[in-house]
Design a protein around this ligand. Structure first.
Ligand code: PMV
Length: 310
């Protein structure tokens, strides 16, 4: 048994396929360099001690401990688990899935119970679904595997996009300042879909087709094309009713200043928008987002998946 172990897992940004991914259509997600750390160490306590100030909801950690303990038939009273994150849960970078993945990986090292990345993904996805009820698991995939992934719900398809170009995607991220409630929005979309199944199916199907078209330009670095596809994706999201005035303001600001294209990322309602931008327009786009009252976030894309820090 190790005395102490620290593991980190990356956050995520959904590049394409938001919402449609919940209904089995493909998506593209990139892992971001905002990492959440979990440290597990021995402690003289009678039940696991959890110190997770950055995680808004410790139920994910508790469920991860339960799932790992059950799978490996071990009870683990004498540990303390602490999280550290340089980014706040409010940005919507996926701190719940990152903490789940990092916790299970840290437990596997601490108790010397090796786990494959696929097993880590599967166990973490089950934990997230248990606690959250809804979700495609794209965030769990990003935290587990890292990189930029072509992903379908539950990990039935999970492939790295590959290529050198995608590592240098010229992405600008603008935060609206508004925390969106993913579960509520996903449930609202489900109700709309029941009320207007024809429209809903049409939109989801169109998003799915569009996602297929993003792979090649992402691999070759055709950013003008990637931007255009973001614009189309955003139109569908708007039709779904998940955009917001603030998101639209930031998206327009980015495009006015010369972005190739822009869209919301994630559930909508708030959180972040993303834009693909020509190199020489980078600063102008950032300034324009700031002027429109957005917060420009410095985000590295295509980040490494879960890893042991020490
Ligand atoms: O709100 P976020 O960033 O966790 O993204 C939600 C994305 C959805 O497609 C709406 C839901 C999901 O689980 O895929």
């Amino acid at each position: 048994m190790n005395h102490s172990v620290t593991v980190s897992a990356p956050g995520k940004l959904l590049l394409f396929g938001d919402h449609a991914v919940v209904y089995g259509y493909p998506s593209v997600v990139t892992a971001v360099g905002k990492r959440l750390q979990v440290t597990i160490a021995r402690a003289d306590v009678s039940k696991p001690m959890i110190d997770a100030p950055q995680v808004k909801d410790t139920r994910f950690v508790e469920a991860a401990l339960r799932a790992f303990g059950k799978k490996n038939a071990i009870s683990m009273p004498r540990i303390k688990l602490a999280t550290f994150s340089p980014f706040s849960g409010r940005y919507g970078f996926g701190s719940s899935s990152a903490v789940t993945v990092a916790t299970i990986k840290a437990l596997s090292i601490y108790f010397e119970k090796p786990i494959t990345t696929r097993e880590l993904f599967d166990m973490s996805y089950q934990v997230v679904v248990e606690i959250q009820g809804v979700g495609s698991g794209f965030d769990v995939a990003a935290a587990s595997y890292g990189g930029t992934l072509y992903y379908k719900k539950g990990g039935v398809v999970l492939e790295n996009i590959g290529g050198e170009a995608v590592k240098r995607m010229p992405l600008v991220v603008g935060y609206t300042g508004i925390k969106s409630n993913t579960v509520e929005i996903v449930n609202r979309v489900a109700i709309n879909l029941k009320n207007e199944p024809g429209k809903g199916k049409r939109i989801m199907g169109s998003i799915g087709q569009l996602v297929e078209q993003t792979i090649e330009p992402l691999q070759t670095g055709d950013w003008a094309r990637v931007g255009k596809l973001m614009d189309f994706n955003q139109e569908y999201l708007r039709d779904l009713g998940v955009s917001s005035e603030k998101l639209e303001n930031l998206i327009s600001a980015a495009k006015r200043a010369g972005a190739y294209g822009a869209k919301l990322s994630g559930a909508g309602g708030g959180d972040c928008m993303i834009a693909v931008v020509p190199a020489y327009k980078m600063q102008a786009v950032k300034d324009s987002i700031t002027k429109a009252s957005g917060e420009v976030l410095d985000v590295q894309t295509n980040a490494e998946g879960v890893k042991v820090e020490k």
